[in-house]
Structures are given as structure tokens and as C-alpha cells.
Design a protein around this ligand. Structure first.
Ligand SMILES: *Cc1c(COP(=O)(O)O)cnc(C)c1O
Length: 468
């Protein structure tokens, strides 16, 4: 995992404050952090929603022309400005030359996915042959499980974390049913300890050690969508493989958020979507990783013509020449209009680099954590302010940019009041609000503004809930 930066975020905030001779919560600290941020200009590559265009906005509370505080990149990333240009290029090509577009231009449609695969390598830490861009996330999860989950009477379980994303949970249930296995006996879910919100790595490793012989596949999320916990991928992979399990990860919330080294970690397989941190737009083309070591041993269970070698694909002789490795898993021809937005975004990622983004992210989220703890920590309880608890691990290596907050007061009003003030984040039952400042387009000053709006929202919701 990433080495800790020399200075903790709290130290940085305090150092900057003392240089400015002001309190760490002063606005000048945020402005200075922005000045020193070498990635700040990347915001200009994106369309940032304006306050006035948000459906739940209350125009009496905000300046309508200001940018909204968009802390929802974990749910749907913002639109890169070049998306439209790239889409228009392909629309033009289609209009002007029809089917000739398959073989011509910047993105010949037949190989459009391959044209941009190289832009993905540093983001997930894999070589081009190990990565394929296709379909949607859950579809890919199913395709991978069809190849990697081969239960035997002795080794029949799939191991996953508690409260996995519903789609992953259902995918696993239905895969077990496909093999006529009992969900009770074969779906092994690891729960956090009593009174804890996140899983301890030692507890995960212990289950693997004790039950590994009966586990066929370990399928964890890389970073948990609700708690924001970043699991120890290399440790889980190593422990699982030592017991003979295949180990895969759903990286929906990890990709474009934290640094990944799938190849070096020896992960067997992985999948991710591209519309969250990777900004490809709703329903964007998803990604799959199959480790090189499986190139000649694990084959797709379901095959289509785009898994056939390109050199002979269009001979149409019905003699399958399957591409070895990840690319053989492709079934259909690539969707050019989904490739364009992803390309636009990945080009920006490659300019910024994951390493630099992660470094900024640690400080950006650390600053948010610092401010929340300052105003709402448990030790402030006697001030009659509501207590805000951060569910997400405080250890930097165990989280990405998202913080999940839970409250000592009901969140319905808090969330409504935030939305009225132009803060875009999301509410998750039972009592959590997820906020994700994204290093690519969010700033330290936005975190500062968020804290002020958060204060106002909590005050307003207190009045509301006491008047009911
Ligand atoms: C967002 C997300 C999904 C969504 O699945 P789609 O197939 O893209 O609709 C699935 N799993 C996880 C873990 C997610 O975070």
C-alpha cells in the first residue's frame, strides 16, 4: 500500500496555519492549500454544476451563479469538457462515411476499446493485455464468476464482506443458484465485530486461514461503497491464494480513487465501473482485469465474436481462434459512444497521474476530517451541538477520498438542508451521509465552504426537528 506521507494532514493544516498566524479553521488556510496545490487547474477540464441548476436548491439561501459543492464523485463523476468534442467526431464520422468508420479515424470502431486500454494501465496497475473494457460492471462480474468460480463438493464457498453492494450480493447469490448450491452454506459473509462499523484485516485473514479450504473464490470490494474502507488487497490476495482460493475484487469505488497495483499484487481477477471516480457518464463502459498468469488456463465461459483474434475475425469461418487472456472475454463489438467519454476522462487522469492525485486526496480528505473533528468531535458533545461520527477508518491507508458521516440527530433534515444549500453528496440508510471530495476537480476552499454550509444545515435542521 502507499507509504504514509512524511507529514500527516493534520500536521500540514497546523503548519500552514502557524505560518499564516491564524487558526487552522481559518479560511486563509484553505486558500493557501489551494495555492500550493499543483493539480488545482485540473478543475478547469470539467463542467462544474451551478447552484441554480440543482433541482433541490433554495435560491433564497445561495448565490445562484456560484458553483455547487459537488462532493458526489464517488457516485457519478463530473463531465470532462472534451467529451462533447470526441462524441461529435464520431457522430460526424458516422454521418459522413457510415460503416467505413469501423476502420478509419482516431478511434476505428472495431478497435475503439483497445485504442484507450493503454490509458487504464497506470490507474489499475496492470499491463494492456490484462485489461479489457466492455459491458457494465455487474455483467462483467457475472462473466468473471462464470470462469473463476468452479465449485467442488469440498471447495464451494464464495467469501465476501458484510453489506456488500446489492448488485454484487445478488450476483453471488444467483451464481450459487446456477450451480445449485445453498446460499446458506456457500455464501460466507464476514461481519464486523460487535459495535464496530468496519472490518479488521486480522479478522478477514483469520476466516481465510480457518475456512480457506472450503472457499473457492474470495470476492471483496476493493473499497467499501458505504463505509469507505479500503481493504488490504495484497494481504487478502496473499492469504487467499496460500489457501488455494482464487481472489477477485470489485473495484467500483477504488478505481481512480486510490493507487492500485493489480499485477504486482497477483490479484486473480477484478472488475470496475467507470462512471464514479472515472467520470465516464452514467452507464459508462466498464473494465475487467484478468491476471497474466491465467492467460492460458482460464477461459471465458461465454464466447462471442469479439473474443476471436482480430486477424481472422472477419473471415467468418466459424472456427474460433480465441484471444488468450482478458481480451478473449469480449463478446460484442465495442460501444463507440461509451468509449469517447471514458477516453476524455482517462486522458486527464494520465496528465495528472494517480500518484499525484492520491497525494492531494490524502490531504484534501484529511483537511475535511480535521474540520469535522474540530467542530463536531465527541469531546464537543457538552456544547449541545450534534455529534458527527466518521465511520470511515481514520488511518489514511485504509480509506480513499470518501468519508461517511453518521449523526446523533436524524439525518433526513440535515440532508435536505444541505441540498437546499447546493451541497451535492448522498444519504444512505440508516444514518449515513457520504461526502467525497475528489482531488481531480474539488478544492480545499470547497471543503471550507462545505463546513460552513454543514454548520448552517445542522442549525436549520435542529430548528425544524424541534418545531415538529
Ligand atoms: C456502483 C457499483 C455497482 C453498480 O453496478 P452496475 O452494474 O454498474 O450498475 C456494483 N457494485 C459496486 C460495488 C458498486 O459500487
Amino acid at each position: 500500500m502507499e507509504p504514509l506521507p512524511f507529514e500527516t494532514p493534520a500536521d500540514t493544516v497546523q503548519r500552514v496555519a502557524s505560518k499564516l498566524r491564524c487558526h487552522p479553521t481559518d479560511e486563509r488556510v484553505a486558500l493557501r492549500l489551494d495555492e500550493e496545490d499543483k493539480l488545482r487547474h485540473f478543475r478547469e477540464y470539467f463542467y462544474i454544476p451551478k447552484m441554480q441548476d440543482l433541482p433541490p436548491i433554495d435560491l433564497s439561501l445561495v448565490n445562484k451563479d456560484e458553483d455547487a459543492i459537488y462532493f458526489s464523485g464517488n457516485s457519478l463523476g463530473l463531465q470532462p469538457k472534451t467529451v462533447k468534442t470526441y462524441l461529435e467526431e464520431e457522430l460526424q464520422k458516422w454521418a459522413k462515411m457510415g460503416g467505413y468508420g469501423h476502420n478509419i479515424g482516431k478511434r476505428p470502431w472495431i478497435t475503439a476499446d483497445e485504442v484507450i486500454t493503454g490509458l487504464m494501465t497506470d490507474i489499475v496497475g496492470a499491463n494492456e493485455k490484462e485489461i479489457v473494457l466492455m459491458n457494465g460492471l455487474t455483467v462483467n462480474l457475472h462473466l468473471l464468476l462464470l470462469s473463476f468460480f468452479k465449485p467442488t463438493p469440498k471447495r464451494h464457498k464464495i467469501l465476501l464482506e458484510a453489506k456488500a453492494f446489492p448488485s454484487d450480493h445478488y450476483a453471488i447469490e444467483s451464481q450459487l443458484q446456477l450451480h445449485r448450491l445453498s446460499i446458506d452454506k456457500s455464501m460466507r459473509i464476514i461481519e464486523p465485530r460487535e459495535g464496530e462499523e468496519t472490518l479488521r484485516t486480522e479478522d478477514i485473514l483469520e476466516v481465510i486461514e480457518k475456512e480457506g479450504d472450503s472457499i473457492a473464490v474470495i470476492l471483496f470490494s476493493g473499497l467499501h461503497f458505504y463505509t469507505g474502507q479500503f481493504f488490504n488487497i495484497p494481504a487478502i490476495t496473499k492469504a487467499g491464494q496460500a489457501k488455494g482460493c482464487l481472489v477477485g475484487f470489485d473495484l467500483a469505488h477504488a478505481v481512480g480513487n486510490v493507487e492500485l497495483h493489480l499485477h504486482d499484487w497477483g490479484v486473480d481477477f477484478a472488475c470496475w465501473c467507470s462512471y464514479k471516480y472515472l467520470n465516464s457518464g452514467a452507464g459508462g463502459i466498464a473494465g475487467v482485469f484478468v491476471h497474466e498468469k491465467h492467460t492460458h488456463t482460464i477461459k471465458p465461459a461465454l464466447v462471442g465474436w469479439f473474443g476471436h483474434e482480430l486477424s481472422t475475425r472477419f473471415k467468418m469461418d466459424n472456427n474460433l481462434q480465441l484471444i488468450p487472456g482478458a481480451h478473449g472475454f469480449r463478446i460484442s463489438n465495442p460501444p463507440i459512444f461509451l468509449v469517447c467519454p471514458l477516453q476524455a476522462s482517462l486522458e486527464i487522469f494520465n496528465k495528472a497521474t494517480m500518484k499525484a492525485l492520491r497525494r492531494k486526496s490524502i490531504l484534501l480528505t484529511g483537511y475535511l476530517e480535521y474540520m469535522i473533528k474540530h467542530y463536531y468531535g465527541k469531546d464537543k458533545a457538552e456544547t449541545k451541538k450534534p455529534v458527527v461520527n466518521i465511520i470511515t477508518p481514520s488511518n489514511i491507508e485504509d480509506r480513499g477520498c470518501q468519508l461517511t458521516l453518521s449523526f446523533s440527530v436524524p439525518i433526513t433534515y440535515v440532508f435536505q438542508e444541505l441540498e437546499k444549500r447546493g451541497v451535492v453528496c448522498d444519504k444512505r440508510e440508516p444514518n449515513g451521509i457520504r461526502v467525497a471530495p475528489v482531488p481531480l476537480y474539488n478544492s480545499f476552499h470547497e471543503v471550507y465552504k462545505f463546513i460552513n454550509l454543514f454548520n448552517a444545515a445542522l442549525d436549520a435542521s435542529k430548528e425544524k426537528s424541534s418545531s415538529v
